[in-house]
Every structure is written in structure tokens, then in C-alpha cells.
Design a binder for this molecule. Sequence first.
Ligand code: PAP
Length: 352
Amino acid sequence: MASQSDHAAHFSQCFLSPRTQQDIERDEQIYNSYEELTSQLPINHDWPLFSLQHYQSFWIPARFVPACMAIQSHFNPRPSDILLVTNPKSGTTWLKALSFATLHRRSFSLSDHPLLTNTPHQCLPYLEHLFSHRTFPNLNVLPSPTIFATHLPLSLLPQSALRCRIVYLCRDPKDTFVSMYHFVDRSMGSFAEHTSTTQGLDLSKTFQMFSQGTSAFGPFWDHMLGYWKESLRSPEMVLFFRYEEMMEDPVSRLSRLAQFMGCPFSMEEERDGVVEDIVKLCSFDNLREFEVNKDNKGSFEGKLPASSFFRKGKVGDWVNYLSMEMAEKLDAITKEKLHGSGLTFESSSVVP
Ligand code: PAP
């Protein structure tokens, strides 16, 4: 069995391979050119804390646009690799934990598991972060298969990304919005000393922006549709999940995920309750109690408190925050935008 810290260290290996001064200068120049291009894009400052830039029909958080360009030109996964994709606040943390624990289930025991001491985001960092270092990561040094994660829409990924298997997780936009609202509101508190934004976040203003598609990696409908259509075209390459279905039957969804990732559970594992053990390990109530996930100080990625990724983990919590009028409006927009695609969201009932 490997030790807990082994896996989290893997990603830093991408930056360890020796580089000549020439390589470093070349990467610097390329990133400078990405920043130059970024500075010319339309910008929106309406969300507090992060500005959005309009890049190739999507609103990308400004600080990730150069990384996005770097991913487009240099992300070259192997066919064995797996890419997890989500709209922000659709259950990324959960999907990262489940897929990490499933792929590496033979390397770690439950009592000495990396998820006990690393946040799911430390175990599986975002491509947007890996490509934000002003030098290109050498992904070939990572073990095969490696799981990557991103919020980028399909149309912004390079063609090479379609060589690897993609797992897409989406969520009822009403709950996604409410989760995003709380995340930003909460982060405003954490960032208060760095910003002048200390007042509570305006629900109706942010709701309006989200509904118009002006949100991180939005419009949310185009984000979903890109992967939905690809999952219909190539179901063996794109697995499409809904948060609500995973909540309803996590055991069967996890079995499907394992099969798709190329590491199906054996009959012995099923009989021994390995699937249930992983579901339990990665459950909201369990993960949230680990000290590493209770961190309030903003040490995650140098900024965000790990605890801000664990709020309620419920389906249908929107009823506690949105008026009926707001809910109907967002449902109508979602329905209209997804019309004819076959992708729908049943109205999600509240879990108290
Ligand atoms: P990200 O896209 O910014 O990485 P993401 O993990 O998608 O964040 O969003 C956090 C949401 O997932 C939170 O939803 P809520 O605000 O409605 O509560 C969070 O509680 C939920 N979440 C985190 N971990 C789990 C889990 N293990 N099971 C179910 N939901 C979870």
C-alpha cells in the first residue's frame, strides 16, 4: 500500500523535470503573449471577486484565460487518461473524490487514505491551475492513467482532449446558482482583507447575471449542451451524469463510473462492499468532517478555504433561497435553451 502523501505529490512532478534557461524564457514569452491577447478581450466586472472575460463565446474568469489558451495549445492527454468536467458548483468535489478513490482503490486502505489528509482538489487539481504556472507542465511524467479535471467547455478544449475519456457532471441550474451564490458570498468574507467588498452579495443581481449566461464558464446551458451532444455522439468516450441521479443511487452510478474509467468493480469487490465503502468515504457528511476539509483559512490553492466546498450537499436547496418567480424564470430559460436536445431537468424536490 502506498502512503497517504504519495499521490498528492504526483502533480508537482510535472514541474520538476530539468529545464534550460532557453525553455524557461520561451515559456515566459508564450505566456506573455497569452496575457497580451487576454487584455484585449471584453471584460465584465459585475461579479465581485473575479472578473469574467468573453473568450470564444464563454465567460471565463479573467485569471484563467491565459491558462485556458495554454491548455488549448499544450494539453495532450494520453488515451488512457480521464478528464472530469463540470460547470462550477455542480458537484466537482464529490466527483473528484469518487473517481480518485475508485481508480486508486487497490493502492490505499480506507484507514490510511489520501482523502483523509488531502482535499479532493489537492488529490486532483484543475487543469486551469496546472497551466497557470507560466511554464508548461510536463504531464508525461504522471502515471497512466491520470485523472484531470477542468471547468472548460468542450469547444474550448483542444481536439486532443477527445482522445481520453470524459466524465461530465451537471446539476439542476437552480441549485448550481444557489451554491455559487453562497460560495462567492462566503469567499467575499475570506477575501475581505484583500478587497473592499465586505457587504453581502446581491442575490437578485447575481441571479440575473447567471440567468443571462454571465457566470464563470457560462452560459451554463452551452456548457452542458456541448458535452451532452458529445455524449450522444460518442457514449463510449463521454459519460454524462446528473448530480441528482448520483444522489439518488450513488452505488449504481459509481459502478458505472468505474466501468467507464476502465477499472470495473469485480464480483468479489461488489460482494465485499467495496463500492459502498467508497460511496461512504466520499459522502458529503463524511468528507466534511475531515480536518483538512474544515479548513477556514483559505490555504487551498493559496486562497480558498477548503470548507467553502462543503456547504449542504443537498438536492433542491434552491427552495430556501429563490422565490417561485425566480425558480420559474430559471426553469423556463433552461427549458428553452435545452429544447430539442433531449437534456432535461426534472424539478428537484427538497431534501430537508
Ligand atoms: P467547484 O466546481 O467550485 O469545484 P463543487 O464541488 O462543484 O465546486 O461545488 C460545491 C458543491 O458540491 C456544494 O454544493 P451546495 O452549495 O449546494 O451545498 C457542496 O456542498 C457540494 N458537495 C461537496 N462535496 C460533496 C459530496 N461529497 N457529496 C455531495 N455534494 C458535495
